[in-house]
Design a protein around this ligand. Structure first.
Ligand SMILES: [Zn+2]
Length: 170
C-alpha cells in the first residue's frame, strides 16, 4: 500500500497546539511555563513558587517575563488564577475539576479535586439550585452567566499532617 504523502508526519507538540489555538506566540518561555503547569495539574502555585520551579541550571526565566506570560495564559483561559487566604495569587493549569462541578479546593496543599460519591450526591442538589437560579436570571434577560460551585477547606491528608505536626511539637 502506498502512502499518500511522502513526508513523515511529525505529530505537533500539544503545548504548541494549545499556544497557537489561543493566539499566543510559541516562545521557549511560554512552552516552559505552560508545559510545567500542565505536567503538575492538580496544584496551584504562586509566582515565586513558579519562578523557583522553572529556574534551574538549564532554564532561567526573569521575573517580568514570567509575570507577563502568566497574565497572558490566564487571560486566554489556559490558567486558572485564585487568591488564597493570605491574599496571594495562585495559578494552575485550568483544571478539569472546575468544569466537573462541584469540586473541592484544599486551602493548605492547594490541590483541586472533583467531589465523589455521596458527597457529590449532596452537592448536586446545590448545583441544581444554582442552575435554577441561572435559568431564572436568564429569563429576566441577564447574560454571560456562569457559576463555580467549589467547596473550600483543608483536605483530610492536610488535616492529618497538621494534627501530627501539633503532636510532635513539645
Ligand atoms: Zn490538602
Amino acid at each position: 500500500m502506498a502512502l499518500a504523502c511522502s513526508t513523515v508526519a511529525v505529530p505537533p507538540d500539544p503545548i504548541d497546539v494549545l499556544l497557537s489555538a489561543h493566539g499566543l506566540r510559541r516562545t521557549g518561555a511560554a512552552r516552559l511555563v505552560l508545559g510545567w503547569l500542565l505536567a503538575n495539574p492538580d496544584t496551584s502555585y504562586t509566582h515565586a513558587q513558579l519562578q523557583a520551579a522553572l529556574t534551574d541550571s538549564t532554564h532561567s526565566l526573569d521575573r517580568v517575563t514570567l509575570y507577563r506570560l502568566i497574565d497572558r495564559l490566564t487571560q486566554v483561559g489556559l490558567l486558572l488564577c485564585r487568591v488564597d487566604r493570605q491574599r496571594v495569587r495562585r495559578y494552575q493549569a485550568m483544571p478539569a475539576s472546575v468544569k466537573a462541578m462541584p469540586h473541592f479546593e484544599c486551602q493548605s496543599c492547594h490541590r483541586d479535586s472533583p467531589l465523589v460519591g455521596a458527597l457529590q450526591a449532596n452537592a448536586l442538589d446545590l448545583e441544581l439550585a444554582a442552575q435554577n437560579a441561572l435559568q431564572a436570571l436568564q429569563a429576566l434577560g441577564y447574560q454571560g452567566l456562569s457559576f463555580d460551585l467549589a467547596l473550600r477547606g483543608v483536605c483530610a491528608d492536610c488535616a492529618i499532617a497538621a494534627a501530627g505536626a501539633r503532636q510532635s511539637t513539645p
